[in-house]
Design a protein around this ligand. Structure first.
Ligand SMILES: Nc1ncnc2c1ncn2[C@@H]1O[C@H](COP(=O)(O)OP(=O)(O)OP(=O)(O)O)[C@@H](O)[C@H]1O
Length: 253
């Protein structure tokens, strides 16, 4: 397993460029935080890493590279088929309300899955007694539980990389802390390369080794988390850090 990268990627809607020449590298066992103000292009960049473009958008430049090779359409489809797992912000919106959790696993795992595989995945994300959960419907679970189930589904094909787009935003504080612990443990145990989109710099400080800052469709700063917190260079980075420190009653040095 080696790096997954987007290189010089640009997307447009009509003639409006939404994401401009973005380059990011995910490496095994490393967490890259992607931060920035709302509307900056973070979610589109996550979709770009999966080769998925929302309808109406077109790629105008750039490429995806995995293990040193530039990916063609078949390579990108293979990424979605197993190399990369995705966890999104709104767990409830990602489940079909009329299917049990067990059916969601059956559809993701396919016919050849080993018996007990779904239960093992649920145990891996911290459910002590998975059997009743497999019979449950999404509405019977809390947001925090559903988010962990979504993570278990994202791990079903043993991905090398995990893309997590605001995975804690809709959770209460207790569930947020549990989700972060879990992500940290799984990334280490499975040696996952993680792209973690968040608006919360404490999440970055806690989990990420590297951070990239996005503003108006561009990466304006990228470096280690220590560099970012010690001396952010770009005004957008300084603004983010200032907001964060204000929450904690501190000033920017
Ligand atoms: N399908 C689409 N068609 C046209 N414009 C879009 C589409 N999806 C997103 N955009 C625009 O692209 C820009 C970047 O959106 P994106 O959702 O990636 O930002 P973000 O940084 O993830 O914001 P947030 O933190 O609010 O999720 C925004 O201006 C958004 O309105």
């Amino acid at each position: 397993m080696s790096a997954l990268a987007i290189e010089g990627l640009s997307f447009a809607a009509g003639d409006r460029i939404l994401v401009r020449e973005v380059s990011l590298v995910l490496e095994p066992g490393r967490v890259l935080g992607l931060v920035g103000a709302s509307g900056g292009g973070k979610s589109l960049t996550v979709l770009a890493m999966l080769g998925l473009l929302p309808r109406g958008l077109r790629q105008v430049a750039g490429r995806l590279r995995h293990a040193g090779r530039v990916l063609d359409a078949a390579g990108i489809a293979a990424l979605r088929g197993g190399v990369v797992g995705l966890v999104q912000q709104s767990p409830r919106a990602c489940f079909n309300p009329i299917l049990t959790i067990g059916r969601h696993f059956a559809e993701t795992l396919g016919r050849g899955a080993a018996p007990g595989r779904a239960a093992a995945l649920l145990a891996e994300v911290g459910f002590g007694d998975p059997a009743p959960l497999l019979r449950a419907y999404p509405f019977q679970l809390s947001g925090g539980m559903l988010q962990r189930v979504m993570l278990a589904l994202a791990l079903a094909r043993d991905p090398d990389f995990l893309l997590a787009d605001e995975p804690t935003t809709e959770l209460d504080l207790v569930a947020q802390a549990a989700m972060l612990d879990l992500l940290e443990r799984l990334a280490t145990r499975r040696n996952l390369g993680v792209l973690l989109v968040t608006h919360d710099l404490s999440v970055v400080a806690r989990l990420a080794g590297m951070v990239a800052v996005m503003q108006a469709g561009c990466i304006v700063e990228q470096g280690t988390v220590a560099e970012f917190f010690d001396g952010p260079r770009h005004p957008a980075s300084r603004a983010l850090l200032r907001q964060h420190l204000a929450l904690y009653g501190e000033a920017l040095p």
